[in-house]
Design a protein around this ligand. Structure first.
Ligand code: MTE
Ligand code: MO
Length: 437
């Protein structure tokens, strides 16, 4: 588990090797290197990799250097050559067009923000077409003053914005299958995305309505044809819940709740009710169809947990991953995302030998609570088969479980909240497969 700090070792033993070389000493089995390998030494200085080849300069200038290109556009689009980067795993229930999901192509993304057009979608009755000019949000029930907010009125409140993830509690559920499904990282785990969410703190609106002492719960209701409704503890509403109007700097996309959605940081995606139209302040939860027929969690003793709010600590290696084949032996950067609904990611460990030995991964600078967090680890792949794992630990000390321990503590038929360690097998030819270890 411990990372062997090769720099210190070398200096203390009087070694005069260049830092770049000393940094590349193995720190765990099957070629994993210390977490400062790339950060300090840089790929080039490390002397172990040649990603660029000498290419003879072409005599003729390419066409795009000989005449001006097209001009400005009102709303930009990705480069045509990136057209393969799109939402994946799109499917809906038989007989419906909009009761289903699409997934973020995690293996093609970097950073902790998912472009809005690639944010995963989960709808129970499609995307309603809502005119913001006639849409309102009602706060009523156990309050002194029931209030009706127009979208224009809401936009005049102080708006906070935060980089946070949203994850469907059904994410990764296909990994409950007895045999590992041969799907891409995004197809398996892409019901999670990260955004900069901007909105009005729900506490501000509740305070204005004047919550009565008997109030304990909020029943949030959406304006889609499924009338999605969830019971939310008042304490969450008073803590970090927002009525989101903005996503990555612009107004919400229709599929993500335009013109306003509830956003409950770190909690199962289902509770972040899109197309929010009503919050009923109550003393009891409402036991809606969306929290009884679904989103309850069967236990091994046959009972069911009605509510499982926070999404537990989790991580996945996005590169390498199935579909991103290795280009021969040499130095690679293992990269991935980690997140926890209970706060910040404290550390991520990576293994290249199926869990026999681990090295601590480097976390990117932005380690924010209830946010996607990037991790990387340098790997010298010698071309032999190996099994890559990542294991996240959050600031509460919770450790991402192995698949074996998760499965042994779960009832057959329980579906939601799968957060086990993902294993990718890298074969001799560099092909990457989903495996269970
Ligand atoms: N009104 C309404 N809100 C909803 C849903 C819905 O179908 N209708 N789906 C829920 C589920 S199950 C999830 S995981 C998230 C998905 O949000 P996204 O589509 O913006 O990714 O929205 C939740 N809020
Ligand atoms: Mo969901």
């Amino acid at each position: 588990m411990s990372e062997h700090d090769t720099t210190v070792t070398q200096e203390h033993s009087g070694g005069k090797l260049r830092a770049g070389i000393t940094e590349l000493l193995p720190a765990a089995g099957n070629g994993l290197l210390g977490r400062r390998s790339f950060v300090k030494a840089g790929l080039g200085a490390a002397g172990g990799i040649a990603l660029m080849q000498a290419v003879p300069a072409s005599a003729a200038r390419p066409g795009h250097m000989r005449s001006p290109g097209p001009g400005m556009s009102e709303y930009g689009s990705p480069a045509p050559a990136e057209a393969n980067v799109k939402r994946i795993g799109i499917g809906s229930q038989r007989g419906t067009t909009g009761s289903g999901a699409s997934r973020s192509p995690l293996e093609h993304l970097h950073g902790i923000v998912t472009p809005s057009g690639l944010h995963f979608e989960r709808h129970h009755a499609g995307v309603p077409e809502i005119d913001p000019a006639s849409h309102n949000i009602l706060i009523h029930g156990l309050v002194k003053r029931p209030l009706l907010f127009t979208m224009d009125a809401l936009a005049r409140y102080p708006i906070v914005s935060r980089l946070q993830f949203l994850e469907c509690s059904g994410n990764s559920g296909t990994l409950l299958a007895a045999d590992p499904p041969q799907l891409s990282c995004g197809e398996l785990h892409g019901l999670v995305s990260g955004s900069e969410w901007g909105g009005v703190p729900l506490a501000v609106l509740l305070d204005e309505a004047g919550v009565l002492p008997a109030a304990r719960w909020l029943i949030a209701e959406g304006a889609d044809a499924s009338v999605m409704s969830r019971s939310v503890p008042l304490a969450k509403g008073m803590d970090d819940a927002i009525v989101a109007l903005y996503q990555n700097g612009e107004r919400l996309r229709p599929e993500n709740g335009y013109p306003a959605r509830l956003f409950l940081p770190g909690w199962e995606g289902n509770m972040s009710v899109k197309w929010l139209r009503r919050i009923n302040v109550t003393a009891q939860p409402a036991m809606t169809k969306d929290e009884t027929s679904k989103y309850s969690d069967l236990q091994p003793d046959g009972s069911s947990l009605l509510f499982t709010f926070p999404m537990a600590v989790k991580s996945v290696i996005t590169s390498p991953s199935p579909g991103l084949a290795m280009q021969g032996p040499g130095l690679y950067q293992i990269a991935g995302i980690a997140w926890s609904g209970n706060g910040r990611i404290r550390r991520v460990d990576v293994s290249a030998d199926g869990g026999k030995s681990w090295v601590q991964a480097a976390l990117d600078d932005l380690v924010l609570p209830k946010s996607l967090t990037r991790f990387t680890s340098a790997w010298r792949w010698d071309g032999s088969p190996g099994v890559l794992l990542s294991r996240a630990v959050d600031e509460t000390g919770a450790v991402q479980p192995t698949r074996k321990s998760l499965m042994s503590n779960r009832a057959a038929g329980a579906f939601y909240h799968y957060n086990a360690i993902q294993a990718w097998r890298v074969g001799e030819a560099g092909k990457v497969n989903n495996v269970y270890v």
